[in-house]
Design a protein around this ligand. Structure first.
Ligand SMILES: Nc1ncnc2c1ncn2[C@@H]1O[C@H](COP(=O)(O)OP(=O)(O)OP(=O)(O)O)[C@@H](O)[C@H]1O
Ligand SMILES: C[C@H](N)[C@H](N)CCCCCC(=O)O
Ligand SMILES: [Mg+2]
Length: 246
């Protein structure tokens, strides 16, 4: 497979971290990999040019990969659709008097596939987030038949959101390539480790029983992982991928 769609049980669950760390791990295995962002909302405008900046998530991917912005980032191939309002893409586009044309995204992915062996395509929010009034993210994924990487967490409520996401994927007949458990809340005061540990245990067992070929990975809590002073931290927290991951 050469395109993996990285989704999650919700927005702010750690898709960007997961995508960047996956890309870095693949690079370390010698895979020629790049990341793409489906649609970025909440993008700032460059005051000098009056144009939209590069997608924040692409910038974070590159920091996590420890590589500079690439030519395909600078010419916006890795994220053609960027909007100012930090909202659902269908709303952010409408507020910019625009409608997303998914063939632009597909063409961008195909252009990246010319230069790279693997493209990790990060969604915006969860699987049923609308791209337009008529088209949900999962509709687009299904139209391309992309395998899905689903990012989840140990927050109370994650079990339900994870299983609902898995059901939605199954209903479209798409493969669940991986589930990535992100330890996003583990360093905060309000984390209940009993719940988080039980969530890991439950999800692992559930996958073993119902999705035996799906990979299970975990991402540790990273402290300021994308700041400029955390090379050691990032190196310490490399993802180890199973041999048959790609
Ligand atoms: N493993 C982690 N350790 C520490 N902080 C994390 C971790 N994962 C995510 N975060 C924090 O949570 C925030 C949300 O994560 P992230 O931006 O990856 O979410 P997302 O799922 O990509 O959201 P979106 O739908 O906007 O793309 C980030 O700003 C980051 O600070
Ligand atoms: C702005 C935010 N961080 C994401 N990029 C977009 C999240 C859209 C969520 C829409 C929804 O599920 O209601
Ligand atoms: Mg993101």
């Amino acid at each position: 497979m050469s395109v993996l769609f990285v989704s999650g049980i919700d927005t702010d669950i750690g898709k960007t971290y997961a995508t960047g760390l996956l890309a870095k791990a693949l690079m370390q295995q010698g895979v020629n990999v790049i990341t793409q962002k489906l649609i970025q909302t909440g993008v700032s405008i460059n005051p000098n040019t009056g144009t939209m900046n590069i997608a924040d998530d692409i910038v974070t991917h590159r920091k996590l990969m420890e590589i500079p912005l690439q030519p395909c980032d600078l010419n916006f191939t890795t994220c053609p659709y960027r909007y100012e309002k930090p909202a659902s893409p269908h709303l952010s586009a409408a507020l910019a008097n625009d409608v997303v044309q998914t063939d632009v995204i597909t063409r961008a992915t195909k252009a990246l596939q010319v230069d790279y062996d693997v493209v990790l395509l990060e969604g915006a929010g969860g699987l049923l987030v609308p791209i337009t009034e008529q088209l949900l993210t999962l509709d687009y994924i299904a139209s391309q038949n992309y395998p899905i990487v689903l990012v989840t967490s140990g927050r109370l409520g994650s079990i339900n959101h994870t299983l609902l996401s898995l059901e939605a994927i199954k209903a479209r007949g798409l493969p669940v390539h991986s589930v990535i458990y992100n330890h996003i809340h583990n360093d905060t005061d309000n984390t209940d480790t009993e719940i988080a540990d039980s969530t890991i245990e439950f999800l692992q067992q559930y996958l073993k029983q119902h999705y035996p070929t799906t990979h299970w990975l975990q991402i540790p809590y990273l402290n300021n992982a994308t700041s400029t002073h955390t090379d050691t931290m990032i190196n310490d927290h490399c993802l180890t991928l199973p041999k048959d991951f790609i």
